[in-house]
Design a protein around this ligand. Sequence first.
Ligand SMILES: O=C(O)CCC(=O)C(=O)O
Ligand SMILES: [Fe+2]
Length: 149
Amino acid sequence: MQRIKQKFEDLSDLNISRTGPNEMQYLNYDFGGHHLPHMDLLNISMNDRMATILIYLNDVTRGGGTIFPRAKQAVHPEKGKLILWYNMNSNLDFEINSLHGACPVLIGRKIAIAYFIRENDQMFIKPCLKPPQYRPIEELKVTEGLIMK
Ligand SMILES: O=C(O)CCC(=O)C(=O)O
Ligand SMILES: [Fe+2]
């Protein structure tokens, strides 16, 4: 994992926490296994998932690609391949091009690791970028709360 972290930092302008497991998701898809298009951002005002690294741990015979419908990109899983993308734009807001999903596995199995890079790990290399943004969904929630009271 240390080598993967180093590789990521070499490729990006982001920092990965070296304390603890941070946020790693082990993915194991069997026949038909898939993930509908989504954003990795949690839409929280602090310490959101700024970027994602996906590491494929095996070759998939057929299917199982990672697709980015907005960015019009598709990546076929291959053992040892690593991809990274930003979930936030430079305004620390949704990067719409980060919308992604996993196609169903048709033949074989897909094993991968998703690693989410959090905003707080960047505080010393990107200090005081901009104050946290109010994002529309959060505003909606607050308004609803006020109406209910
Ligand atoms: O398995 C993939 O290709 C994508 C996984 C993913 O999007 C996620 O774990 O958030
Ligand atoms: Fe995802």
